[in-house]
Design a protein around this ligand. Structure first.
Ligand code: FE2
Ligand code: FE2
Length: 470
């Protein structure tokens, strides 16, 4: 049963804006239809131990309880307004933040919001079949937690479209429910969101690498001069932290299990674990796909977004200066068959600047996974991030071929090694062969170590997902 609109938890005073209320009331049943059609397959009547955002207070923003997913209360929350907030960067630095959209930035902001919004339902669609092969009830619950929160992020963006963009905002909001991940005629906007995620190794890699791109995009938008966007994305980041935890710790547990088997002198494949080289190939794939999401290395759009105060840098407010004028960024770009060093005006390198922060964060996680390997007694083997030029489809490296060390190679050389660098059809088939549902309380599939602790202080063998009551 659809919830009444008044019951949508919100701190934007929905009930005081009749027009907005009507627009959302029309959109809501379509959202629920979308959720039923392409949200998690099965489990819609199950009771899931979920966290629901109920306010924005740092302690006490979330409420944990058993919920049937279609009854989840997708709320609309913005971080509280800062009194007299001023824009903190770009040419408009020092001007008051905008409560409404300046006409000249309407198109750019719409594009930024729609692109972000599109990723939210896309990931739910990509992951819809995973519940059927969950490695444990703990993981099943985490998958659904991520799914419902991506649904809430869609609500957050649709609120902005409906509230600030009038008729074209409403049209964009409708189209968000019409595009489909992987569809040939109406695909999702960004490539990584059209890749199938039909096994849990891919899911954890996606939550680790692709969701982490989301963190950096949201963090850049959290600085935006358009205050409602800044306040929405700041709150989304609170939820995002859990998604990233699910990804990073999920890969870590796969690494731990692989390491444990290797340390015992056994073959991971024979033990139903994911072999080391396959974990590496999966990192190569998802890291490179996710790097593309930051956009081209040199970008006049990125420069414009920064100059006009739409999108800042990661933690812009903590940087020593906020104009990024008269500075350059050095990068190596391919030109005429070799790599040449180029000095790019810093504002035009903003995508690369954000990507730098992302790469550092990913490296931190890889270091942690390598600690798990050595702690288990595996020596002489380390996981690594491929070079950021490897396997790129966006920017100056697209269409060229690089090895994982970033060396420019020929297509023939790339094809010769491709199967050693990226998952092959056989690799994918092997991973799929490991995917059998494990739904006994406290039990884990053979390919993953148990997590360090349960959710919200619950024990590991807690029944995180319960079948529908008979
Ligand atoms: Fe999200
Ligand atoms: Fe997420």
């Amino acid at each position: 049963m659809a919830q009444a609109l008044e019951s949508i938890p919100n701190n934007v005073d929905l009930s005081s804006d009749r027009r907005l209320q009507r627009a959302l009331e029309q959109w809501q049943p379509n959202f629920l239809t979308w959720w039923r059609e392409v949200g998690p397959d099965g489990f819609q009547a199950h009771q899931v131990y979920l966290r629901t955002a109920v306010s924005v207070e740092a302690n006490g923003w979330a409420h944990f309880d058993f919920v049937r997913m279609p009854d989840y209360r997708w709320g609309i929350f913005l971080e509280p307004k800062e009194k007299e907030r001023i824009i903190g960067f770009g040419d408009v630095m020092g001007e008051p933040a905008w409560e409404e959209i300046p006409g000249e930035h309407r198109n750019s902001l719409r594009r930024i919001i729609v692109t972000q919004a599109d990723t939210e339902p896309a990931s739910v669609e990509q992951q819809r079949l995973l519940g059927k092969t969950c490695p444990s009830l703990y993981d099943l619950r985490n998958l659904f937690q991520v799914n419902v929160e991506e649904g809430r992020h869609l609500w957050a963006m649709v609120y902005l479209l409906h509230r600030f963009f009038g008729r074209d905002g409403r049209e964009e909001a409708d189209e968000l429910l019409q595009r489909r991940s992987g569809s040939s005629d109406k695909p999702r906007i960004l490539n990584a969101f059209n890749e199938p995620i039909d096994d849990w190794l891919s899911f954890f890699m996606f939550a680790m690498f692709t969701d982490r791109d989301g963190k950096y995009q949201l963090a850049a938008l959290a600085q935006s001069g358009f205050d409602p966007l800044a306040r929405t994305t700041r709150f989304m980041l609170t939820e995002e932290a859990h998604h990233l935890f699910v990804g990073e710790s999920g890969v870590d547990r796969i690494v731990q299990r692989c390491a444990e088997v290797m340390a015992a002198g056994k073959d991971p494949r024979a033990e139903g674990a994911v072999p080391f080289e396959l974990i590496q190939k999966s990192i190569n794939l998802w890291f490179s796909l996710s790097l593309d999401l930051f956009g081209g290395e040199v970008s006049s759009n990125a420069a414009d977004f920064f100059a006009s105060g739409l999108k800042g840098r990661f933690r812009e407010d903590q940087l020593p200066e906020h104009k990024a004028m008269g500075e350059t960024y050095r990068m190596e770009v391919p030109e005429g068959g070799k790599l040449v060093e180029q000095e790019v005006p810093l504002r035009n390198a903003m995508n690369e600047v954000l990507r730098d922060e992302y790469v550092k964060d990913c490296q931190r996680a890889v270091d942690r996974w390598n600690k798990s390997l050595s702690r288990a007694g595996v020596t002489g083997m380390e996981l690594r991030l491929p070079h950021r030029r490897f396997h790129r489809a966006v920017g100056p490296c697209a269409g060229l071929f690089f090895d994982p060390d970033g060396r420019l190679i020929t297509e023939a050389e790339f094809r010769e090694h491709e199967g050693a660098w990226l998952p092959t059809a056989e690799d994918r088939a092997f991973v799929r062969s490991l995917m059998h549902p494990v739904t006994e309380r406290g039990k884990m599939a053979s390919w993953i170590a148990p997590p360090a602790k349960g959710i919200n202080g619950m024990p590991l063998d807690f029944e995180y997902v319960k079948p529908p009551e008979a």
